[in-house]
Design a protein around this ligand. Structure first.
Ligand code: KMH
Ligand code: ZN
Length: 285
């Protein structure tokens, strides 16, 4: 069985300490949590950063600090967010895509469409999507296509048509965001049926859907994202004491089905992170 790539979304942009007091905010807290998540079975962390007062940020400086601190402690892969928080501009959102050398991320997210996000709108107009895709590629990274809705899979094909996404790609189905696509077996089955041949996928269930969706990701040969960004409860009414507890719960689901969890090195191969990008016709990128 292909090992399961477990991703820990430890920080996010919306969760606050008023909910779980365990949310990591400083670079040191983020790095300590990344190490706990790695020890619990995560191969990758999905990274957002915060100002010292907890306000969401996408600043290159804060990302650099967090990535350095993480890499001092653990070999977990670092996938940076380009979504940030609702209302941020593309330039703001792409702070982490200016980092190179030891601070360069391993992967970056790319949301390929606009969607309601709770009572707000997560804006991803088509030119914005292409702009972010171009910046991800210019850094030599492969994106994780974040699908909050089914149409985002079709729009990923448009990004590929522009030469800014290599197919097959890696997708993350984020299911259960209020205002967006719900989390159900039928929905996930439909999305998988629409994947271009050879694609890889992760499922991230929001709120109470997190562990049920994780179980489907394990059983159906996909990969799983858990963590406080998407869900703060370990079980009904019981706050998770950090994302590592949720990683451990997802790992237990995998082991219950005799599926091993991937190491960061295995995850690199599964997600094709080391494969050269195809040259873009007529472009220096
Ligand atoms: N915070 C959401 C508005 C991503 O990280 O790329 C967007 C988000 C997606 O979290
Ligand atoms: Zn995110």
């Amino acid at each position: 069985m292909t090992p399961l790539v477990l991703t820990a979304a430890m920080v996010g942009a919306e969760t606050t300490r008023a909910q779980p007091p365990y949310l990591p905010i400083s670079a040191e807290e983020i790095a300590a949590e990344a190490k706990r998540c790695r020890d619990a079975g995560a191969a990758m962390v999905h990274l957002h950063v915060r100002e010292p007062d907890g306000k969401p940020s996408q600043s290159a400086e804060l990302f650099a600090k967090a990535i350095r601190a993480i890499r001092e402690r653990t070999d977990v892969l670092v996938q940076v967010s380009t979504g940030g928080a609702v209302g941020m501009s593309v330039d703001e959102r792409c702070g982490a895509l200016t980092l190179t050398g030891d601070e360069k991320p391993d992967m970056a997210t790319l949301t390929t469409g606009t969607v309601n996000f709770g009572d707000e709108v997560f804006m991803n107009a088509r030119p914005m999507v292409l702009d972010i895709a171009r910046r991800i590629r210019a850094l030599g990274l492969r994106p994780e296509i974040e699908c909050f809705d089914a149409g985002m899979m079709d729009e990923a094909l448009n990004v590929a048509k522009h030469g800014l996404l290599d197919l097959p790609a890696h997708y993350d189905f984020v299911l259960g965001t209020p205002g967006a696509l719900g989390a159900s077996e039928e929905t996930l089955k439909f999305l998988i049926s629409r994947l271009p041949a050879g694609s890889t996928w992760t499922v991230a269930g929001v709120g109470r859907h997190q562990l049920p969706m994780a179980a489907l990701g394990v059983a159906w040969g996909g990969n799983v994202r858990v963590g406080l960004e998407d869900n703060i409860y370990l079980s009904k009414g019981v706050l998770a004491k950090g994302s590592s507890e949720l990683v451990a719960a997802a790992r237990a689901l995998a082991e219950g089905q005799s599926r091993p969890v991937a190491t960061p090195q295995q995850a690199r191969a599964i997600l094709r992170l080391d494969q050269a990008l195809q040259p873009v016709a007529g472009s220096a990128i």
